[in-house]
Design a protein around this ligand. Structure first.
Ligand SMILES: Cc1cc2nc3c(=O)[nH]c(=O)nc-3n(C[C@H](O)[C@H](O)[C@H](O)COP(=O)(O)OP(=O)(O)OC[C@H]3O[C@@H](n4cnc5c(N)ncnc54)[C@H](O)[C@@H]3O)c2cc1C
Length: 471
């Protein structure tokens, strides 16, 4: 390690204590890794990894980094799927995992949590008191609340029913790149105090500040009902969902799908017989159990008007648990059963053209030089009209080929989303969507965001590279 890095370590130890700053090479590499299939660049391995215990320590770290113009990469679990949590330059990795307390204020109708709280832990704590968390990614066991709100991630939730997690955020506490600690929002529902700064941080990719406290509305857990439909093909499945919305059926809280190939894997892992076609799963809530069941029955009526093999409301909870288990963490199952590195795109449909988008998803890899060698795997949050076209890359491919495959994936994702005037809604914005943003909104709009970042972060020290589209 060179002198500069040693100095940084020593200076940070003054702030957080020696045991919470590391220059161990394994720690540094581990803290730069993420699910991307290709290696990190040697010159992006951080000098040090720092684990502050509270916002005051983060503030001191940022003041120090800003004064010395050292890049800081904030992360928690590092599960982001497009390279936004890997460093793109030498610097400090700041991990929020020690900042992990929460408080559920039932009387106030909200809860507060720190960024290092795990999503599943928060969801379980809320559930025990009769509430549910409006954030549900496949990575919920490990992903952090800070990472999730910074990405405005919905995961399995249907946007038409729940909106986005950010819609439930009352306010935040944030440490700015220059070290100031600010608060946004209120403890109430309405917050008309002028421009609401909350919006710069929710879904903000950690470009403008480090979220250190999140305040969200409590949502009562209502009775739920469940349904399954197996279609003859994927177009029929897309047609069923489109029809459900156009026939004004009650909207589900989750609605997921798997192609036949993917469902075969999920069903195999759960010890179930392979389904005869692509599978759709739906979860719907109501004020009473009866109301929830009525809603699922209404949805099923729409599915039955398409080429469906079977569609029904599930009444046996054991059956439902197994069915949901086939889908919930299907990405992990694919890698477990078939070995390899999974890369995933997000095609975001529009209602009018959902069937066409499904067709484009099926032929996603046509004409691509690397990805056409391997089959397209389809699953996703179809209630939100979101389709993941994914590929399992062979583990023995060279790094360059893995990188090329990922570039092709994101480029084709951009083309399809551009064609349908949509944009994948999750996994952060810029690390993979800079070209999309410029193409869709123009250089002027891109420069506006750049200028806004410069106001918050005059020395561009926080998460540099994401905005530039590095991954
Ligand atoms: C198996 C699997 C399934 C997944 N399923 C989904 C899914 O269904 N939907 C979905 O959207 N994503 C999904 N993801 C991606 C990922 O889990 C989410 O993007 C999640 O939001 C990241 O949380 P994290 O703690 O890992 O954040 P990290 O990866 O550590 O960070 C993610 C981003 O947030 C920023 N950040 C982190 N903490 C803060 C903070 N305190 N303040 C400001 N910025 C911060 C980081 O700089 C980075 O840009 C999945 C990933 C895996 C591996």
């Amino acid at each position: 390690m060179d002198l500069q890095a040693q100095d940084i370590k020593k200076d940070l130890a003054q702030i957080v204590g020696e045991q919470y700053v590391s220059d161990n090479i394994f720690e540094r590499v581990k803290s730069a890794l993420d699910p991307m299939p290709y290696h990190i660049k040697n010159d992006s391995i951080p000098y040090v990894v720092v684990l502050p215990k509270n916002k005051e320590e983060i503030s001191e770290i940022m003041k120090y980094a800003n004064k010395n113009k050292i890049s800081v990469f904030v992360r928690c679990s590092g599960t982001q799927l497009n390279g936004a949590s890997r460093p793109h330059a030498p610097g400090i990795v700041l991990n929020t995992k020690r900042i992990n307390s929460f408080e559920i204020i039932e009387k106030g109708g909200y809860f507060e949590c720190e960024p290092g709280v795990r999503c599943k832990e928060m969801a379980d704590e809320l559930k025990a008191l009769g509430y549910w968390l409006p954030v549900y990614p496949g990575s919920q066991v490990i992903a952090s609340m800070g990472g999730l709100i910074s990405n405005n991630t919905s995961g399995h939730l249907t946007d038409t029913y729940t909106g986005k997690p950010g819609d439930y955020v009352h306010g935040l506490e944030v440490v700015l790149p220059t070290g100031e600690i600010i608060e946004t929002g209120t403890v109430g529902l309405r917050k008309p105090a002028g421009t609401d700064l909350t919006k710069f941080f929710v879904g903000g990719d950690g470009l403008m500040g480090i979220i250190v406290r999140i305040r969200m509305r409590l949502l009562p857990l209502l009775p739920r009902a469940y349904g399954v439909a197996i279609f003859k093909d994927l177009e029929a499945l897309a047609g069923g969902v489109q029809r459900m919305y156009l026939e004004k059926r009650p909207v589900p809280i989750f609605m997921e799908f798997m192609s036949k190939t993917i469902a075969d894997i999920g069903f195999q892992v759960k010890g179930m017989e392979a389904p005869p076609g692509p599978v759709l799963l739906t979860v719907t809530e109501g004020l009473t159990k009866k109301e929830a069941e009525y809603k699922v029955d209404e949805q099923v009526k729409s599915f039955k008007k398409e080429k469906v093999i079977v569609a029904y409301r599930v009444t046996d909870m054991n059956e439902w648990e197994k069915l949901w288990g086939t889908r919930e963490v299907i990405g992990s199952y694919i890698m477990q059963v078939q070995r390899g590195k999974l890369i995933t795109s997000e095609l975001s449909g529009n209602l009018a053209e959902l069937v066409e988008i499904m067709r484009d998803a099926e032929s996603f890899n046509e004409g691509l030089s690397v990805l056409q060698e391997i089959p397209t795997l389809l699953f996703g949050h179809i209630g939100a009209l979101a389709i993941h076209a994914s590929f399992l890359l062979p583990a023995d491919w060279e790094d360059d080929k893995l990188k090329k495959a990922t570039d092709e994936l994101f480029q084709r994702e951009t083309e399809i989303n551009f064609k349908y005037r949509t944009c994948g809604g999750e996994w952060g914005q810029f690390a993979k969507r800079t070209p999309f943003f410029i193409k869709r909104y123009g250089q002027f709009s891109y420069d506006l965001v750049k200028n806004i970042k410069a106001v918050f972060d005059p020395n561009n020290i926080l998460n540099p590279g994401i905005f530039e589209g590095h991954r």
